[in-house]
Design a protein around this ligand. Sequence first.
Ligand code: SF4
Length: 448
Amino acid sequence: MKNSFVGAAAQLITTSKSRRAAPAAEPYFAGQSSVGHSDYASALSRHGQQAQPAAAAAVYMHIPFCSSRCLSCDHNATVTHDVAAIDGYIDTLEQELRLVTDRIGTTRTVRQLHVGGGSPNYLADRQLVRLAGLIETHFSAVADAEISIEANPSRATPSQLELLTGLGFRNIQFEVRDLDQNVQRAIGRSHSLALLKDVFGNAREAGFRTVGMDLLYGLPGQTQASIQKTVEQLIGLAPDRVSCYSYSRRPEVFPHQRALDPESMPSLGDKLALFNGIAEGLEAAGYVWVGLDCFVRGSDPLAAAQTEGRLRRNWIGYTVHESNDFFGFGTNAISELDGLCVQNHLEIPQWQAAVKAGEFPVRGGVRLSESERARREAMTQLMCNMQLADYAALLEIDEESPRSLADYEREGLVKVSPKGVSVTEQGRFVLHHLWGDVSPRHRWDGVW
Ligand code: SF4
């Protein structure tokens, strides 16, 4: 049934000027921005003068380092073998943390904390210990905080995994991309199924609550048959969460991607079919599709949250946590406070120079109005929970959109009923293209 929809979905995507998900290394705030470091400084100072908000915040820390560059990489990543340079980066992180906590204090409660990259587990043990200590010193994690880290499976040794759980990390997300050896070769990666079995087993033994992985569709050499085999192997690894992202080759942004053969890249229609194969395979194995692109076990709190209409999305990913207060540290990191969203400099030298000068390393940002925040809330609700009871804000978006709610309903992508607007099964396949023609301020475009 789903396959019959692939052609129609491809048509919709091709004919709309839809935005696609922007990977972490891409500037989120394109063009001129009137928002700068002093705006963020003022927002932090105001925040620090208020009573502790009821909802605990989220914190993201970016570690951009890797040992080598994958040809497909679309992350904010830097290849280095210079340990002193990494130490210097952590020194700057400490200074950036101090800049923030000088304004908001060190008792701000945090319910979600994520270390991403790059490959955060490229850090040496002593550097990981230092990083965890810095987080602990500057923020106050609540008892059931979700503390997670991204990891390159090829570098995850049993002792490192034990160290990470000992430092308080409870969730780990392995960057896998694909299990097919030909696809891995094409993108300059290498990790065998045997290695992944070991690593996933070691992570469970070390005590991680959730062991997750990512999977990309749209990589060179991927076919229906190869992705089906990958999904079968993946199911054997039994990850708790699978984040599934669409991949596009964009050498104008990431010059190293020129090494990928454009002829070997799946077409748009092929990509939709690949995703369809992944979704069908994982759902048949008992995984629940949550939000746009994530598959979790039925017992996962994200699955229950979606069923109950409580699932949310922030700059880290899907969550059950309510706060929109978000503090980001390191290159490329995004922060949000009271509707002010800012992004840090993308390059290490610029980021370091700003912090060393005592300035917030902001490259730009946007200030969302009340109405824009309400609209984004509506889109978040629809894209996380597939339903929206009060859709007044959605109708405001609709007025600006060349493609209307009535169009989407006629195409079978959404349904309007006395209960509100809901996304149909077909609509899920083009979720981030719905109302994708209008302002990015209505969406979590850095992550959708
Ligand atoms: S390991 Fe990940 S972040 Fe590092 S170069 Fe490869 S794709 Fe990029």
